[in-house]
Design a protein. Structure first.
Length: 313
């Protein structure tokens, strides 16, 4: 199969036309028209065989996840997704059917979230990898950032924490395995939180680590009430020999939104969650000073040591 046949087979299932796509795949570069009066929000992330996935992952799940993790970053910024580009690397002799499967998964995620694939590239390497760039838009100046949290703001998280990490365990229930393989970017919630959340990020490296990032960017500390954490189903965690609290605090790959909002906006947060069709849980508050303190059910304080995922370890 030639490079061109490969690109065609890989990209064909994906939606290619969409808002602002003046000229898509097939020329030297794409021509894109940014929405009038809006800021572009752009991010890139790679998934690499042997690091982020292995042979246990279905090819379509690899493609889905490569796009979904990027869309999660757009969700965290309150952006509406528009375009994606994908750079693929592949071993000599890789099965074309496997690459086509990856392309189908990417296409399914793109279709599910209204994203047009506007460019791609393929090159030889020692392993399969996908580097996906996505762009979205927010009304000018309306992007959510990590930096606006203030002492006294309440802290919220969407969905369940630790379920995706549980999904890696051999005895994990099907729901947890699905969370690991096909994360659902919280785009609708991100949109609903514009003008409401004071700080926001997506939980990719584990709650405590990502909360540390939010606190550092906002120049605040945080208090987390452990009893409030929406962890993985306790029975399922126990069957898999895992501690649900550890999974909830440091599991990683949740792709949920962690955000702060003033207490007087708690009702609006609940309404935004209902509109987005996602559960949102109040888990604590931002405080003055620095550091993350964990309060257990008896009110005892523990100092958090972030044990999330370090990409370079
Ligand atoms: Mg992120």
């Amino acid at each position: 199969m030639t490079e061109f046949e490969l690109i065609d087979r890989f990209t064909r299932p994906a939606p290619r036309a969409g808002e602002g796509v003046v000229l898509g795949i097939g020329d030297d570069a794409a021509v894109l028209r940014p929405p009038r009066g809006e800021d572009l929000v752009v991010t890139v992330d790679a998934v690499v065989e042997g690091v982020h996935f292995d042979a246990r992952f279905a090819p379509a799940d690899v493609g889905w996840k490569a796009l979904a993790v990027n869309l999660s970053d757009l969700a965290a910024m309150g952006a509406r997704p528009l375009w994606a580009l994908c750079a693929l690397t592949t071993r000599r002799g890789e099965r074309p059917a496997r690459l086509a499967g990856v392309g189908r998964g990417l296409a399914a995620c793109a279709r599910a979230h209204g994203v047009a694939l506007v460019g791609g590239n393929v090159s030889r390497a020692r392993e399969l990898s996908l580097t996906v760039t996505v762009a979205g838009a927010v009304p000018r100046g309306a992007a959510l950032t990590r930096a606006g949290g203030r002492p006294g703001d309440l802290l919220f998280v969407s969905g369940r924490l630790g379920e995706a990490a549980l999904g890696l365990a051999p005895q994990a229930p099907a729901a947890a395995r699905a969370r690991q393989r096909r994360p659902a970017p919280r785009l609708a919630l991100g949109l609903a939180l514009r003008g409401l959340a004071t700080a926001c990020l997506d939980v990719s490296d584990g709650l405590l680590q990502d909360l540390g990032h939010l606190c550092a960017a906002s120049g605040v500390g945080a208090r987390v009430e452990l009893a409030r954490l929406p962890g993985p189903p306790a029975r399922a965690a126990a069957r898999a020999g895992q501690d649900p609290l550890a999974l909830a605090c440091g599991g990683g790959e949740d792709y949920e939104l962690l955000f702060s909002a003033p207490p007087r906006r708690a009702g609006a947060v609940a309404a935004a969650a209902a509109r987005a069709g996602v559960a949102v849980t109040h888990i604590g508050a931002l405080v003055g000073g620095g550091g993350v303190r964990l309060l257990d059910a008896r009110g005892r304080t523990h100092t958090a040591r972030a044990r999330g995922h370090d990409h370079l370890r």
